[in-house]
Design a protein around this ligand. Structure first.
Ligand SMILES: Cc1cc2nc3c(=O)[nH]c(=O)nc-3n(C[C@H](O)[C@H](O)[C@H](O)COP(=O)(O)O)c2cc1C
Length: 180
């Protein structure tokens, strides 16, 4: 693993395809992880939104510290990622249980996950209680350019997942829509 900084103005591209992600937090005492598939990009800067609420342990750390890291896992660790979404940081050290490595981030206390392809450090701008949406501002992005497996995966919502496949380049049809 070797994270290098990724341009912040392109970091929306890590999330626009809607991969299943790991959200890491630090509550002042402990690191934690949760799995999230309900998220979206809301602006190029980048700002993002994700849906969660007080039924999750991570929620308390997010409300308290107003920051988190969005980590993009690849298909080689899919079983760990799904199992992380099936237990609680309240009684489980998920980094230890799933043998994942936390790394210090640059701008937030929540850790980067070394086992992921990319990470976006975020400050929490707001929480909209109904319907339970965090609004996030990305402040620093990282990518592992040396990672062999680069295919992310996407939840269908019925316990099945789609893995990245062919990329179709349509620059000639929409180049004017992207800011760089
Ligand atoms: C594939 C998958 C996607 C998930 N997506 C979300 C989501 O978008 N929002 C959410 O609140 N929980 C989601 N979960 C559930 C949380 O990850 C789960 O409740 C987790 O155990 C919370 O951990 P915590 O209590 O340590 O915070 C998802 C779980 C899985 C397996």
């Amino acid at each position: 693993m070797a994270f290098v900084e990724f341009p912040l103005n392109k970091a929306f591209m890590l999330f626009e395809p809607g991969p299943v992600i790991l959200v890491s937090t630090h509550d002042g005492k402990k690191n934690n992880l949760m799995t999230i598939s309900w998220h979206m990009v809301t602006d190029f800067t980048p700002t993002l939104a994700l849906t969660t609420g007080p039924w999750n342990h991570s929620f308390k750390a997010m409300m308290k510290k107003k920051e988190c890291v969005l980590n993009v896992p690849t298909v080689d660790i899919i079983e760990k990622v799904i199992s992380i979404g099936d237990c609680s940081g309240k009684d489980t050290d998920k980094f230890k249980k799933f043998e994942l490595t936390p790394l210090p981030a640059g701008e937030v206390a929540a850790p980067l996950v070394a086992d992921c392809l990319a990470c976006l450090e975020c400050k929490i701008i707001d929480y909209i209680e109904e319907p339970g949406i965090f609004l996030l501002q990305g402040v620093k992005a990282w990518i592992d350019n040396e990672r062999k497996e680069r295919r992310t995966f996407h939840a269908n919502g019925d316990c099945t997942f789609v893995v990245d496949g062919e990329t179709i380049d349509l620059h000639h049809l929409m180049e004017d829509k992207i800011p760089f």
